[in-house]
Write a protein that binds this ligand. Structure first.
Ligand SMILES: Cc1cc2nc3c(=O)[nH]c(=O)nc-3n(C[C@H](O)[C@H](O)[C@H](O)COP(=O)(O)OP(=O)(O)OC[C@H]3O[C@@H](n4cnc5c(N)ncnc54)[C@H](O)[C@@H]3O)c2cc1C
Length: 641
């Protein structure tokens, strides 16, 4: 192998890279670039990132306005369709994931959300009381992950934006910023939740409390452009001689000597099909570790192609099993999006987002202020306000559904041949959710507020159904994995979401604070009333994805179907970790990018310094506070024991 040209650290093919690095990272996405940046900060540790996509300066990535530009450019996304969804009238779903340096952080809608504290304490609860995966254990990494720039004081005052900077940090290269304009109707729509008794409000989206709150945007407010893993981490690391990135390169497998990971094999993207017979393969060695950060869809694929996964699946694809790890590719989760549409007939608070199209004077002002100084409504992505509410707040039958979930035969919701360890992990999750359904600490319901006449997205934050992401046995190396959401396979998902519709109706149609705006229901429509009606409507309209693929290399005990341990090391393999959204054992109750950054920041410390316990011994103190918050730990551990 020729030596690398150290003047340039981004390589277009495998010929120019070094023979070996301390660490090799598979995937230059959200988590991969974060870890690479942190590991190379010392100027000595050598890291190679191998990324399928290219470095792109596309306007689609940089543009903030509306939030959807990145995902509208299909060249930046993988081309994957799910398998037909049996419970959704055999519809197939577009599986969106970023295929570019920066990964999904380059194409996402820039909603910067942290979720509830209980979501993270739940992760540690599967390991027992002493786990460092708690809210307190992650909070320092949430702070390290993002650089919070408060909203302009005048905008904050006029729009009534509340925030508390003490929940945030200001050192990262990835920014959490705010638009320079807010539609005045947004604050009024937030206030309108006061018309429904019991709805909580939170001062800051980083506090870990469910409620109605404001949240920032992944945007560098000084240039009003997307801020993401490429700008915040790759660009920082790119002038270090110990950081290399090779683009347009697909890792086909991790090299295992016995059960030790010693490197990776990758091929140029154009020649996927040649991977099998070895042409154009590049082999590169890792002196210390291989870190798989290929995301919720592709990390399980890389492990399975390397012989790490469910034995039956691997042999059906002709792959020799090195470690029989039944959880790889199972436990697949994403946030379902519901189709609910309400329209105010008399929304009197102007301007609205609709005015930017319908009112000529306002539209021309929008153009002018943007052209003059990049301010105004075009600095808004999808908006900055939403309700994130506990089920016990929105439903009268929370206690009832909680008891039903606890008593369920959980295995019935899984594929018939599910490994007993994976089934045990699912049961532990369902018991945790049974408690959460009837507690104030976990948000299940999410309604994004538009500030205008029409309603925003309605999302299920904790679906109970679990899917699979498996290599395609007919063409394991060439084809994309088979993605099966297995939507609505737990029947309680339908009941929970029926109550989401009912509550949304209550907010728009039966609320003293919204009555003057005279909402009308466009969908599902007044005829949809019973659980059965809603079930039929969901089958027709539900999208099982908010593009948050998670859980497929779950951090869980091995006896609960786990793939990685609390240090994110793959069970049964030495020198191999997974660091990305695939390790989330359960979904956070909010958008997944901020949690991915925090997990990657924590992983970088685990890799550099070992687990907190070891650091505690060295430093005489813990970097986090231990609590037995809300009894969750005790309850979950005793419930599955
Ligand atoms: C359209 C869309 C909208 C979203 N909106 C939001 C939002 O508004 N807010 C929010 O918080 N979250 C949002 N998300 C989710 C969030 O962006 C992701 O959860 C997060 O970025 C995932 O990070 P990751 O590191 O797990 O994976 P990614 O960032 O996807 O990184 C994986 C990387 O690995 C590369 N890769 C894959 N396979 C291989 C291989 N074999 N060899 C080499 N490289 C490989 C990929 O090309 C990619 O760059 C959205 C996601 C999408 C797709």
């Amino acid at each position: 192998y020729p030596r690398a040209h150290h003047a340039s650290r981004v390589f277009l093919n495998g010929r120019d890279i070094d023979e070996q690095y301390d660490y090799i990272i598979v995937g230059g996405g959200t988590a991969g670039l974060t870890v690479a940046d942190r590991l190379t900060e010392d100027g000595k540790t050598t890291v190679l990132v191998v990324e399928y996509g290219q470095l792109s300066n596309s306007d689609s990535i940089r543009t903030v306005a509306g939030g959807f530009n990145g995902m509208s450019d299909r060249t930046l996304l993988y081309d994957i369709q799910s398998v037909p969804q049996t419970n959704l009238r055999n519809r197939t779903i577009a599986v969106l994931a970023g295929k570019v340096v920066g990964g999904s952080s380059a194409v996402n809608a820039m909603m910067t959300v942290r979720s509830a504290a209980d979501d993270y304490t739940r992760w540690g609860s599967f390991f027992g009381e002493d786990s460092h995966w708690t809210w307190e254990g992650l909070l320092p990494y949430f702070k390290r992950a993002l650089n919070f720039v408060p909203p302009d004081a005048a905008v904050a005052e006029s729009a009534n934006i509340s925030y508390d900077a003490s929940y945030w940090g200001d050192t990262s290269g990835v920014y959490a910023g705010w638009p320079s304009f807010q539609y005045p109707g947004t604050a009024a729509q937030m206030e309108a939740f006061k018309g429904i008794p019991g709805v909580p409000f939170s001062k800051d989206s980083g506090s870990g409390e469910p409620g109605v709150y404001w949240f920032p945007t992944f945007m560098d407010p000084s240039i009003v452009e997307r801020s993401y893993a490429r700008t915040g981490h790759h660009d920082r690391a790119a002038n270090r001689t110990n950081y290399h990135l090779v683009t347009g390169s697909k890792v086909t497998r991790v090299v295992l000597e016995g059960t030790t990971a010693t490197g990776v094999i990758f091929v140029p993207v154009e020649s996927d099909s040649s991977a099998k017979n070895g042409t154009q393969e590049t082999v590169v060695r890792a002196k210390k570790e291989v870190i798989v950060s290929a995301g919720g869809i592709h990390s399980p694929q890389v492990l399975q192609l390397s012989g790490i996964g469910p034995r039956k699946l691997l042999s059906s694809a002709g792959i020799e099993t090195v470690v029989d790890l039944p959880g790889v590719g199972q436990n697949f989760q994403d946030h379902p999006m519901l189709q609910a549409a309400f329209m105010y007939r008399n929304f009197t608070i102007h301007p609205t987002p609709e005015d930017a199209f319908l009112d000529r004077d306002f539209a021309s002002w929008v153009d002018t202020v943007w052209a003059e100084n990049r301010t105004g409504p075009r600095s808004i992505a999808v908006g900055n306000a939403a309700a994130w509410l506990p089920f016990s707040v929105i439903s009268e039958r929370a206690a009832n559904l909680s008891a039903t979930l606890a008593a369920q035969n959980h295995t019935l919701a899984l594929p018939p041949d599910t490994d007993p360890t994976v089934a045990a992990g699912y049961r532990a999750q369902m018991l945790s959710y049974a408690r959460a359904l009837n507690s104030p600490g976990t948000a299940f319901y999410n309604l994004v507020l538009s500030g205008g006449r029409s309603s925003g997205a309605l999302v299920n934050l904790h679906p109970l159904s679990r899917g699979t992401v498996n290599i395609d046995p007919s063409d394991p190396y060439g084809a994309e994995p088979l993605v099966d959401y297995r939507a609505l396979t737990n029947p309680l998902d339908t009941a929970v979401m029926a109550d989401f519709f009912r509550f949304t109706r209550r907010y728009y149609l039966d609320n003293p604070r919204t009555s003057a705006w005279r909402a009308t229901e466009l969908a599902p429509g007044a005829d949809t009333q019973t659980d059965e009606d809603f079930a039929a409507y969901l089958a027709e309209t539900l999208s099982p994805s908010e593009f948050h693929p998670s859980g497929t290399c779950a951090m869980l005990p091995r006896e609960l179907g786990g793939v990685v341990d609390e240090e994110l090391r793959v069970y049964g393999v030495q020198g191999l970790r997974v660091v990305d959204a695939s390790v989330f054992p359960t979904l956070p109750g909010g958008n997944t990018c901020q949690p991915t950054y925090a997990v990657a920041e924590k992983a970088a410390d685990l890799i550099r310094y070992g687990p907190p316990e070891k650091r505690e011994k060295r430093q005489g103190k813990l970097p986090y506070k231990r609590t037995k918050e809300s009894g969750l730990l005790h309850w979950v551990t005793s419930a599955w024991a």
